[in-house]
Design a protein around this ligand. Structure first.
Ligand code: GLN
Length: 473
C-alpha cells in the first residue's frame, strides 16, 4: 500500500489494483493506530470517504485531475473553508476558515483529498513542535524525540505513512528541518513562487508554503500545481510556472559549493559531519566539482532572521485581539482589559516572547539600531549569496547540525533551539529555493538530512540535481 510516488499509486488505481476508498481507509486506520504520535488535530473522515467515491468515479470515466485520489494533510496554518484553523494556538479556539488558501484550492481542483489538519508549533514559531498548544508530536523513528518544527507533525504524517504528502510552511526552515529529522523530502520554493493567500501570517517577507513528501517527484508535482500567479496575493510571482513534474535525473555535472568551516565546526554532530562529507565525496566521484566557500557572515544569519521575523510577527499577530477571532476572555472589566486578558490567556509562552521582543525592536528608540540594521544586513547577505552563485550552481550542507533531539531538553535554552535552524534560515533570509533530502541514518537509526540551496526560481534544476544525488547513493 505504500507508494513512494504519486505516479506509482496512480498506475495502481488505473490498473484497478487499489481504489481511492481503499486508500483513504488505509490511511484513516493508520492514523487511528498511531494516535499517540499526536499528528492530526482534526480528521475529515466522512468527507474524505465521500470525496473518495466521487473521485473514483472520475477515474473510472477518465475525467480525473492530476492529483486524483492523492491523500494530503495540511498544517494547521492553512485555510480550508468551513474547517477549523488554529495555528496550533488557543487564541484561535473555535475559529473556522471562511475561504480556502489558494494553494490548497489548487490541490482540491486536481482531485486531491484533504484528510485533516496537522499539529504544529504555535503560529509556526519553533523548531521542535513543542510550542503547540496541543502538546508535542512524537518522531516516528524514536518516540522520545522531537520531529522538528514547526511543520513537525506534517513531517511525521509522511514518515509514519498517515497520508501521501503534507503541505506545510517554511519561514526559517519549518518544512526542511522536520523533513531532515524524519527522513523525508521537504521543499521550500523561492519566496513568492506560491501564493500566501490563506496562510496564517508569521513573518510575511519570509513565509513560504512548502511540501513534505516521500519523493522528490511528488514535491515537484505538488509545486507545479500550487505555484503561480494569484489575484489574491499581490506579492506572488507572475513568472511562468515550469513543468516541474517533468523533472528527470540527468548526467549533468555541476559546481557545488559548501561552507567548509561551518560543516567542520565543532557544533556539528560528528555523524552528521561524516555523512555530509561522505556525500560530498560521492558527488566528486560522480564528476561534479566541489567548491569550498568561505562565509564569515554566516554568524549574522540567525540574528538577522530572528530580529526581522519577531518584528514582523509582532505586527502580524496584533490582529488577534479577542474581538475578531477565536478566544475572548470571560472576565474583562473594560476594552483594554479585554485585549490584554484575551491575548494573555490565548497566546503561549514562545509567541508572547516574540511579540514582546518584536515590539521592542520596532519601538521608536530602537528601530534603527535593530530593525533597520537587520534589513541592511539582510541585503548584504543577499548580495554575498548572489556572488557565491556566480561561482557555483548549488550550495549544499547538512539540513541540521544534529539529528532529532530528545523531547524536553532544548526549550530551557532558547539559543540552543535557534541553532537548530542555522543551515535552513539562509534560504529564507535571501528568498531562495531549498530542498532537504534524506542522507541515511546515524548509528541510532535517526535520519540525517542533506540540504540543497538553489538559485532564484531555479526549482526545476534544483530538483533535477536532487534526483541525481539520489541516484548515486
Ligand atoms: N524555527 C524557526 C522559528 O522558530 C523557523 C520556523 C518556521 O520556519 N516557521 O522561527
Amino acid at each position: 500500500m505504500i507508494h513512494y510516488t504519486y505516479a506509482t499509486y496512480r498506475k495502481a488505481l488505473l490498473n484497478k489494483e487499489t481504489t481511492v476508498t481503499e486508500t483513504v481507509e488505509y490511511f484513516l486506520e493508520n492514523i487511528e493506530q498511531n494516535k499517540d504520535l499526536n499528528v492530526f488535530l482534526e480528521i475529515y473522515e466522512e468527507e474524505a470517504l465521500e470525496n473518495a467515491l466521487l473521485i473514483q468515479e472520475k477515474i473510472n470515466t477518465g475525467t480525473a485531475g492530476k492529483l486524483a485520489g492523492m491523500v494530503i494533510g495540511i498544517k494547521d496554518v492553512l485555510a480550508y473553508k468551513n474547517h477549523g484553523l488554529q495555528s496550533g494556538s488557543k487564541i484561535l479556539e473555535g475559529f473556522k476558515s471562511q475561504f480556502t488558501a489558494t494553494a490548497i484550492q489548487r490541490l482540491i481542483d486536481q482531485d486531491a483529498i484533504i484528510i485533516g489538519r496537522q499539529n504544529c508549533d504555535e503560529f509556526a514559531m519553533g523548531s521542535s513542535n513543542e510550542n503547540s498548544a496541543f502538546g508535542p508530536t512524537l518522531n516516528f523513528a524514536d518516540k522520545t524525540r522531537v520531529p522538528g518544527g514547526s511543520s513537525g507533525a506534517s513531517a511525521v504524517a509522511v514518515q509514519a505513512n498517515l497520508c501521501h504528502a503534507s503541505i506545510g510552511s517554511d519561514t526559517g526552515g519549518s518544512v526542511r528541518q522536520p523533513a531532515g529529522f524524519c527522513g523525508v523530502v521537504g521543499l521550500k520554493p523561492t519566496y513568492s513562487r506560491i501564493s500566501r493567500w490563506g496562510l496564517a501570517a508569521y513573518a510575511s517577507s519570509f513565509d513560504c508554503i512548502g511540501t513534505i513528501t516521500h519523493s522528490i517527484e511528488d514535491a515537484a508535482l505538488l509545486l507545479e500545481i500550487m505555484a503561480g500567479n494569484d489575484q489574491y496575493d499581490s506579492t506572488v510571482s507572475e513568472l511562468n510556472v515550469e513543468d516541474y513534474s517533468q523533472v528527470n535525473s540527468s548526467e549533468k555535472k555541476y559546481r557545488i559549493g559548501y561552507f567548509e568551516d561551518a560543516i567542520n565546526s565543532s557544533a556539528i554532530d560528528s555523524e552528521v559531519k561524516e555523512k555530509t562529507f561522505a556525500k560530498l565525496e560521492s558527488l566528486k566521484k560522480a564528476g561534479h566539482t566541489l567548491v569550498p566557500l568561505s562565509f564569515p557572515k554566516m554568524k549574522y544569519l540567525l540574528p538577522t532572521y530572528y530580529i526581522l521575523t519577531m518584528a514582523e510577527a509582532s505586527s502580524n499577530l496584533s490582529r488577534y485581539d479577542g474581538i475578531r477571532y477565536g478566544h475572548r476572555t470571560a472576565n474583562a472589566k473594560n476594552l483594554e482589559d479585554l485585549y490584554k486578558k484575551s491575548r494573555s490567556e490565548g497566546f503561549g509562552k514562545e509567541v508572547k516572547k516574540r511579540i514582546m521582543l518584536g515590539s521592542f525592536i520596532l519601538s521608536a528608540d530602537y528601530y534603527d539600531a535593530y530593525y533597520t540594521k537587520a534589513q541592511r544586513v539582510r541585503r548584504i547577505i543577499k548580495d554575498e549569496t548572489d556572488a557565491f552563485f556566480k561561482k557555483v550552481d548549488f550550495i549544499v550542507s547538512p539540513t541540521t547540525p544534529t539529528p532529532a533531539f530528545k523531547i524536553g531538553i532544548k526549550p530551557k535554552d532558547p539559543m540552543e533551539m535557534f541553532l537548530a535552524d542555522i543551515f535552513t534560515v539562509h534560504a529564507n533570509v535571501v528568498g531562495l529555493p531549498s530542498v532537504s533530502i534524506p542522507n541515511g541514518k546515524n548509528t541510532e537509526d535517526l535520519p540525517i538530512g542533506f540540504q540543497i540551496l538553489g538559485t532564484e526560481f531555479g526549482e526545476k534544476n534544483m530538483l533535477e540535481f536532487a534526483l541525481n544525488i539520489q541516484k548515486i547513493n
